[in-house]
Design a protein around this ligand. Structure first.
Ligand code: GUN
Length: 289
């Protein structure tokens, strides 16, 4: 079997077009434009690229983008004061503080200071609780993107065996909550799991989010399963060239799976699209629309 490729880039472009239409309708209905504030502390090159892309795509769908770039030596007190100011600002519907933050800042405290109703990352404990109890929540962007692709490809997910590899707060745990809410039978596997290959081999859906290059091998996959690769790992080839690979050995797994996301061009593009989606949701939630 050769797997169907799930094209996240094309899916994200379609999603952004839908969001742009929704934003235009919300503007016409309320007279207000949804706004996303992104806070970047320091000069991390990868973070600078992410923040630039977020701002460009926010404007592309017709929303307001507010960028706050602070120097590396910004005090925790100054950052918390900015977050509190954004919490109070009626033109700001979503707040994202780009991670990682410099070591002298307590990231957990900063994330918990964001108004949960503006927490478009879905990292605040209030949103985590809402997600697990089935209330309307802001849900982390990467697992939301994975779920949208899975539902688009598979339709209803109920009763399916899903294995999530990785237990991070950003991907693994919220991914498991979303799959459970779709009535999957969910296993969260991690570094202490015995015989991971045997666990993944029974899965109809495998979501790999461990941050280990090409860890998932072809013989770990049940024939016809759907494989979602969240990993983005930069490896150096023998030739000295750098290459991006996922947590899944793509060549091997594409021989066995029914469908698979590539790296790059799979989950990655969906993450920012889901951030825009969350900003629209936050706008609607705050106005009870
Ligand atoms: N840094 C890398 N990915 C993310 C993300 O999804 N949210 C935030 N806040 N920072 C990040």
């Amino acid at each position: 079997m050769t797997a169907e490729i799930i094209d996240g880039k094309a899916f994200a472009a379609r999603l952004r077009a839908t969001i742009a239409t929704d934003v235009a309708a919300l503007k016409a209905k309320t007279g207000h434009t949804p706004g996303l504030a992104v806070v970047l502390v320091g000069e991390n090159p990868a973070s600078q690229v992410y923040v630039r892309n977020k701002a460009a795509q926010t404007q592309e769908v017709g929303m307001n983008s507010y960028e706050h770039k602070l120097p590396e030596d910004t005090s925790q007190e100054t950052l918390l004061a900015l977050v509190q100011q954004l919490n109070q600002d009626p033109t700001v519907d979503g707040i994202l503080v780009q991670l990682p933050l410099p070591a002298h800042i307590d990231s957990s405290l900063v994330l918990l200071t964001i108004d949960p109703d503006k927490d478009v990352d879905g990292f605040h404990a209030t949103n985590v609780g809402r997600l697990w109890t089935g209330e309307r929540a802001l849900v982390p962007c990467t697992p939301t993107g994975c779920l949208l692709m899975l539902k688009d490809y598979l339709g209803k997910l109920d009763g399916k065996e899903a294995v999530v590899i990785g237990r991070s707060n950003i991907v693994g745990k919220p991914m498991a909550a979303l799959l459970l809410a779709e009535s999957c039978t969910v296993t969260i596997a991690h570094s202490k799991t015995h015989d991971l290959a045997a666990v993944t081999r029974r899965a109809d859906i495998v979501v790999a989010a461990v941050g280990r290059p090409e860890m998932v091998r072809g013989d770990w996959i049940k024939p016809g399963a759907t494989v979602i690769d969240v990993g983005i790992n930069r490896i150096t080839l023998d030739t000295g060239k750098a290459r991006l690979v996922g947590d899944v050995n793509y060549a091997e797994c594409a021989e066995v799976a029914g469908a698979i996301t590539p790296v790059p061009g799979g989950v990655g593009p969906m993450t920012i699209a889901c951030l825009l989606l969350n900003t629209v949701t936050a706008f609607q939630m705050r106005r009870s629309i």
